[in-house]
Design a protein around this ligand. Structure first.
Ligand code: DGL
Length: 284
């Protein structure tokens, strides 16, 4: 009897390990997170939802962001993920508790905690800068998390809303981006930070300009990379890494303009993706 029980348990654990990692974001930017997960864990299946009908989230009110977070989580749960990754910094900052409540017993990881942890690991003098959308910076979520983890950290933050359209426009090394980065970041540079958290899905695309403006003494922490490290740790500890030899399955869903998402996607993801599926909120 015991043998049957343990073999059933092994079987269901294996089935769970083969379930996808669910990732969601307000749009295409969260593909920077998928990219980092896939680089670390190439055999994991991924199901992604980009809420392209309602993007951007970074300029919206807290109740709206929390409502979207709950709906996106419920949508991903239909795909039976083994883990949900909140790629969107704005949702991680303002609605991680909502995602956790809807996900119930499915584990949830957000980019804010992961980014804050990695920044503190890398920072030599605990002088940390954070950049993100208006909503993320106004929430002070990074500030709270960094102070919780280290009482002596000096934290300086700045909203950089124009970085999102610049990244989507493909202006990744354009001189206009350089000028805007100078304008946004000079305050952080003058504050003498030693580490800068890229607290928005889009900012990794502008990393070279940001690094250039900040100078070589400032360590850049990509919150996408930080959460990918936490995904690996969590799956390893819980014995849920997908160790089967099957080809990676990826499924992409969006709530509007699948064609546009498809065009932009490769820049964020680093490789071509299958045609995304259109999910209309009104038809759910
Ligand atoms: N994905 C958002 C974030 O990381 C940026 C785009 C938006 O404002 O929706 O905060």
């Amino acid at each position: 009897m015991e043998t049957t029980n343990s073999s059933t348990q092994n079987h269901s654990k294996r089935a769970l390990a083969e379930a996808p990692i669910g990732v969601f974001d307000s749009g295409v930017g969260g593909l920077t997170v998928v990219r980092r997960i896939v680089e670390r864990l190439p055999t994991e299946h991924i199901v992604y939802f980009g809420d392209t009908a309602r993007v951007p989230y970074g300029t919206k009110s807290v109740p709206t962001i929390r409502k979207y977070a709950a709906e996106n989580t419920a949508l991903l749960l239909r795909e039976s993920p083994k883990l949900i990754v909140v790629a969107c910094n704005t949702v991680s900052a303002l609605a991680l508790d909502v995602v956790q409540a809807v996900a119930a017993d499915i584990p949830v990881l957000g980019v804010v905690t992961a980014g804050a942890r990695l920044a503190l690991e890398r920072s030599t003098h605990r002088r940390i800068g954070v950049i993100g959308t208006e909503a993320t910076i106004a929430s002070q979520a990074y500030h709270r998390e960094l102070s919780r983890l280290c009482q002596h950290a000096t934290i300086v933050s700045k909203a950089c809303p124009l970085f999102v359209p610049l990244a989507e426009e493909g202006f990744t090394t354009h001189r206009a981006t350089h000028l805007i980065a100078e304008e946004y970041l000079s305050e952080l540079r003058n504050a003498g930070i030693d580490t800068l958290i890229l607290g928005c899905t889009h900012y990794p695309l502008l990393r070279s300009v940001i690094a250039d403006v900040m100078g070589e003494d400032v360590f850049i922490v990509d919150s996408a990379e930080a959460v990918a490290i936490e995904v690996e740790t969590l799956l390893t500890r819980s014995g849920l890494l997908n160790l089967s030899n099957t080809m990676r399955r990826t499924k992409f869903m969006v709530s509007d303009l699948p064609q546009k998402f498809h065009q932009l996607a490769e820049r964020f993801l680093g490789f071509a993706l299958s045609q995304p599926e259109l999910i209309l909120w009104d038809s759910l």
